[in-house]
Ligand binder design. Sequence first.
Ligand SMILES: *Cc1c(COP(=O)(O)O)cnc(C)c1O
Length: 390
Amino acid sequence: MNVFPTYNRFPIHLVSGKGTVVIDEQGKEYLDFVSGIGVCNLGHRPDYVKEALKDQLEKVWHVSNLYEIPEQESAANWLTKFTELSQVFFCNSGAEANEAAIKLARKHTGKEKIVTFEKSFHGRTFAAMSATGQPKVHEGYGNLLPTFEYLPFNDTEAVKEIKSDTAAVMVEVIQGEGGVIEADVEFLEAVQEKCKEIGALFVIDEVQTGIGRTGYPFAYQHFDLDPDLVTSAKGLGSGFPTGAMIGKPELAESFSAGAHGSTFGGSPLASTAVKATLETIFQEDFLEEVKAKGNFLKEKLTNNLNQVDLVEQVRGRGLMIGIAMKEAALPIIKKLQTAGLLTVLAGPNVVRLLPPLTVTYPQLEKAVELITQSLVEYQAQLYSKTDAQK
Ligand SMILES: *Cc1c(COP(=O)(O)O)cnc(C)c1O
């Protein structure tokens, strides 16, 4: 085998997909409630994005940032349209977007310390890894960058103690990889207030929560928040690899010519994917539907799983839902795969659901049915085992 074994892969080979449905090599159909981990927000091969990319494929694929790229300007215009932010730096992934945010924060403030939170996930490059508050991500790499500090998530008192030598505080509105853990509004407001007080940048990592996932363009828009920087990737290009850092107008001069760059960032193809994706998702009707479908999913699951002891909590917003269990969630993920539903772990005990935002109500109902059935069966299995051990 020639690929580094950095991933624990399930023995499933998906060969085609359309919308929420994917098909494996054996012809077995699945409902895809992973969406490439929140990437295929418009489902697989969305027609509108496909047509836009086809047109662009016939024009030009890659142009260096040495030259003007009007597609990049229109993508940036869409990204900032419903925010107080105005400047976009395009890159190719979530880690790179956070990397850019960390660099910009240090350059703009002249300070070095970056505060993040326990159980956060910000990516795998050296700075993004150092920003990530999970020891298992750091393991084996020796000293991390020295200027990162982790505080307990949702701990408003700890936020009040943040010192003035801080360049930025970076936070997820819902911790995705950490276990679909929602930030309290008081906590987010405390972070914002502290940043204003000490002249640090308030950075929100929306790599997983953004691009309509929770029913708003960005999840921070559920609240009255005013971040200095927002990072995006995952759903941004409907599967075309791309990332972006979005910032307030006054930050523009700190990222002047030569300060940062990316060969591929914001290429005509990537920008076309971004523009077509946002044109579809950043529409009021579309986002209202996401909210309604999210509420439907959460309510149905909450009602059905109320009686299942194994389940601790159903949580999340919009179409980012976590089923927190009292036991390891991996056996459930596997059971659901067999039943024809793809889901993804978040932390050891949480089954995470990230369906395409275009998922239909019948598909949501089917997923709820499969989840309920699998959990009830698994619970019966577990308890009969423990009984047998007695
Ligand atoms: C996935 C993720 C990242 C990293 O994105 P990559 O594109 O894999 O580098 C960063 N932050 C959050 C919140 C994520 O969910």
